[in-house]
Design a protein around this ligand. Structure first.
Ligand SMILES: [Zn+2]
Ligand SMILES: [Zn+2]
Length: 182
């Protein structure tokens, strides 16, 4: 008789017997990566036009930030300011992630006031690109041409956002504040 063994990760719907968490590399994990206790919630702000590429390929590493090559993250409000500053002031995307900020994978430093951010702020530069997971999309003032699939993730749309494709997400967040403040 065939018995399907179930992993011990809460919320996992796979039929495997052991759950691998790519963030902490536990091979028999009791959690999904999105709930990894070794990871924190951080945000990546980007112009809206990058969203399709992020949906398809994940976040792209920047080649020349203050901390060198890597994927840059900040806290929610500051990531939003970065996306405003890099875009046209309206259309923006804020990607919410769980990130393992262990110094083995990630550098961090204070950044001086920049773009619309009028004070010093902490930034993180992830150098191991496997050590994050996207858990939410915040999209403001734009049309997403394509599908958004984030079965367990969060979506925040402002009222001027439209998705022309299929949407599959876990939870719709009503306010920008709630999206940016995990
Ligand atoms: Zn599992
Ligand atoms: Zn983990």
């Amino acid at each position: 008789m065939n018995r399907t063994q179930k992993c011990k990760a809460n919320g996992c719907d796979q039929t495997h017997s052991k759950h691998y968490c790519k963030l902490c590399e536990d091979k028999n994990s009791n959690h999904l990566a999105r709930n990894c206790p070794d990871a924190i919630t951080l945000y990546h702000g980007t112009p809206f036009d990058n969203i399709k590429s992020i949906i398809d390929n994940g976040l792209r590493a920047s080649t020349g930030g203050c901390l060198g090559q890597g994927i840059y993250f900040a806290k929610g409000q500051e990531a939003k300011e970065v996306s405003i500053g890099k875009g046209d002031g309206k259309k923006m995307a804020i990607i919410k992630c769980k990130v393992n900020v262990d110094p083995k994978y990630c550098k961090t430093a204070q950044h001086s006031a920049w773009l619309g951010i009028k004070h010093e702020f902490q930034e993180w530069c992830l150098t191991d690109y496997t050590k994050y997971r996207i858990i939410g999309f915040g999209v403001i003032d734009g049309v997403v041409n394509g599908d958004i699939s984030l079965p367990r993730g969060e979506i925040y749309y402002n009222s001027d956002t439209l998705c022309t494709g299929k949407e599959n997400y876990g939870k719709k967040i009503v306010s920008e504040y709630d999206f940016l403040n995990d």
